[in-house]
Design a protein around this ligand. Structure first.
Ligand code: HEC
Length: 158
């Protein structure tokens, strides 16, 4: 699985960046928290990896002890699928960015974004297609004690 991802990751970086979302071009430089791709049923059953930028990495590494992520934290989850025949395809990039206090009370100042494999934006909170990513926060609300972070299964943590 890691070998496959090693081959896919550079292609993913190139694919997502086309649309111009800032984090879509920089997640490759973030700290990687997943030691291998894991299947995320809550993100379309795709395989995902988990990355957090410099601003948020130290706090995120506390996992269940996290009380508040610093403003400017960005977490990103690139995804891919593997067909029954073994063909890998790039899936969307899921992004959460912590904006300044008061930016959007409804999402606790998190901006959610879903970037399609062709670089286009499916939706971004308070931007194009905002309503289409409303479901993100509805589910992430389950992590309200940890500033809406839901982390990754322990066995896949680096
Ligand atoms: C049905 C529930 C659900 C929905 C809907 C959902 N998520 Fe998540 N999200 C999770 C869970 C559970 C995790 C942690 C485990 C994992 O990675 O699967 C997570 C993790 C994440 C992470 C890593 C940061 C963290 O919470 O630790 C990002 C980024 C993320 N989701 C973005 C999104 C975006 C963007 C959307 C909407 C397009 C979305 N999610 C929709 C449940 C959900």
């Amino acid at each position: 699985m890691n070998k496959l991802y090693g081959c896919l990751a550079p292609k993913m970086l190139k694919a997502y960046v086309k649309g111009g979302h800032k984090a879509a071009g920089s997640w490759g430089l973030f700290k990687q928290f997943s030691k291998q791709g894991y299947r995320s049923d809550t993100h379309g059953g795709r395989f995902v990896h988990n990355y957090v930028n410099k601003m948020g990495a130290k706090t995120y590494s506390k996992f269940d002890e996290v009380k508040a992520m610093p403003v400017g934290s960005v977490t990103a989850k690139p995804s891919f699928t593997v067909s029954i025949k073994g063909k890998a395809s790039i899936g969307p990039l899921f992004i959460m960015e912590k904006k300044s206090k008061g930016w959007n009370e409804a999402t606790a100042d998190w901006q959610y974004a879903m970037i399609m494999p062709d670089g286009s934006t499916f939706g971004v909170t308070k931007g194009a297609g905002s309503a289409k990513v409303g479901f993100c926060h509805e589910c992430h609300a389950g992590g309200e004690d940890n500033d809406f972070m839901l982390f990754l299964p322990e066995e896949y943590r680096k």
